[in-house]
Design a protein around this ligand. Structure first.
Ligand code: 4NP
Length: 171
């Protein structure tokens, strides 16, 4: 029997160098730990940092909790992503609105039948930070980077429960 196509999730923030690469690594960690067949990627709504590694502060704080972000490289979200990913997760409400705007372009280009992606907030099911934005840490201090990690861990665990209960992912 051919194996089922993996479920594909795209984590999206503004720059793709702080929050969404952190979310990518952490969501992947929890999906792998639960044996879920999920591919996780990340992108930015902007093209401020094409092909850049994650911010060194994000890398350092993530490494302190055992996540290696060093191989990740920034890219901008494209309308093709809406045809390839099953779920696009916005780190904050502005990202969410920008993704919705792009979705309308993707529908115009490809037609609704080609669109795979559902759009949600990273914190959609998070019992600890429910529907809260993951604040942009770029211009702030160290505590902002730890908060990103706290929220990504909490939200990722919540998504894993959703994947296990409702989506038959990887089973
Ligand atoms: P991110 O953080 O959206 O979490 O990757 C930012 C990184 C860079 C910039 C803004 C936010 N920037 O303006 O360059």
């Amino acid at each position: 029997m051919p194996s089922k196509t993996p479920y594909k999730v795209l984590c999206v923030c503004l720059g793709n160098i702080c929050r969404s690469p952190t979310a990518e690594a952490i969501l992947k960690h929890y999906c792998d730990a639960h044996g879920l067949d999920v591919i996780v990627d990340s992108a930015g709504t902007s093209n401020y940092h094409p092909n850049k590694a994650p911010d060194i502060r994000s890398q350092k704080h993530a490494a302190q909790r055992g996540y290696d972000l060093s191989a990740l490289r920034a890219r901008q979200i494209t309308i093709t992503d809406f045809t390839e990913f099953d779920l696009i997760l916005a780190m904050d409400h502005e990202n969410f609105d920008d993704i919705q705007t792009l979705l309308r372009k993707a529908i115009h280009q490809y037609g609704t039948h080609q669109i795979r992606a559902k759009i949600a907030l990273m914190s959609e099911h998070d019992p600890n930070f429910k529907l809260q934005a993951i604040p942009d840490p770029y211009y702030g201090g160290a505590d902002g980077f730890d908060r990103v990690l706290d929220q990504c861990e909490s939200s990722s665990q919540a998504w894993v429960e959703v994947f296990k209960q409702h989506m038959n992912v990887g089973q």
